[in-house]
Design a protein around this ligand. Sequence first.
Ligand code: GAP
Length: 464
Amino acid sequence: MSNNENLDLMQKVISLCKRRGFIYPSSEIYGGYSAIYDYGPYGVELAQAIKREWWRVMVQYREDILGLDSSIFMHPKIWEASGHVKGFSDPLVECKDCHTRSRADHLLEEIGVFADEKMSEGEINEIFKKNMGKVMCPNCKKSDFSAAKKFNLLVQANLGNFTGDWKKEPSYLRGETCQGIYVNYRNILDSTRVKIPFGIAQIGKAFRNEITARQFIFRTREFEQMEMQYFTHPDKEMDEYEKLRENRWQYYLDLGLQEKNLRWKKHEHLVFYAKEAYDIEYRYPFGFSELEGVHARGNYDLTQHSKYSGKDLTYIDHETGERYIPHIIESSVGVSRIMLAVLCDVYTEEKVDNEVRVMLKLPPNLAPIKIAFSPLLRNRSELVKQAKDLFDRFKYKYMCEYDDNGNIGKRYRRQDEIGTPYCVTVDFDTLEKNSTVTVRDRDTMKQERVKIDDLDNYFNKKFI
Ligand code: GAP
């Protein structure tokens, strides 16, 4: 695909999401709210399906991984211990011409110059100065910027502070979900029967004051993370890390993403405590970008929390008597990053009878609506009744829709666009003895007649 085709794809996906009730800009009637999005009726179903699949492989199928739902607000000291209060910042530059704000490290990356958000303001500015003239404002394409300033990404709040100046002692909306995992490590050890190695998984909201917000739901200020932290013996960390990497790659293939759109990216510049770090990147319409991080973090997290809380977080192996601070490997991904990857991967246009048929070729387990039930004609009460009866029968098992809007062709087109794999139509033959319905397959558009008595079995085989 050419660059233009790629950007075209992004615009088409964004437009379909709005038009068909997947994703809306937040607070739209007030002019929107930058980098925040709301999920409509089909978006929320897709997000839930993505989370369900993640939870299934991460928790349900594993004896050694347990779930958690920790709170969004936590003791502010946690964010000092984790290093976020001091070090969780991105270098911001502002275009002097059009005042667009950008991340200095991203602008440099675009011209092939490495800069890291972990570098000091001075270091970034030095590199930036050397490249002034080459770096370009993404909006007006000029090259005249303010000096880079480090901007902390933690979102502050006044929780529980009723009198004093809360800005001096702020609370924080969590910047990542895994801190809730680290501080519950001891609780989980003490209240369950797990032994090292084991993992803790959680899905929840995270908040970041992201500087740039130009890529739809790729980078938002409020987002959901799915994180799993796996606690290991120090000597086993890298073996477990390799296994986790293999699992995570396979996960995306099983989810249906095309392998040609995935790749590994190794972090060349590691934070001082990390053993190794890779990202799984997806080929979004704007280029390969981070989908998920898979990192070997050493014992940094528990050591820091032990130091700041004063609590001993040593693990005691009761069989060998060995004591150690467990090492941690993590898998961390945003729900919306997967959703955008899936939507771009399955968006399809096909020429049918000189018209363009748009569809989301979603795998059945991710489709927001699994089956749509329709009467052939909406003004024939006997057909309507039968279609509604079928909807009422199947709604307990699958997310279904009763659809009698417009004519049958229009209904199929709408269901194709929201990715519904099967449409069931009730027609006059249905009303006959031994009645049958037509089941239309989204991908092939083939219709087959299935006896109503066999429908349950038919769909059991389709939705395994
Ligand atoms: N606990 C490690 C951690 O949070 P990260 O690389 O900052 O590491 C992990 O984030 C993942 O969370 C990313 O790979 C991405 O999938 C998702 N993510 C991070 N920032 C995001 C944002 N602003 N919007 C959507 N997803 C985001």
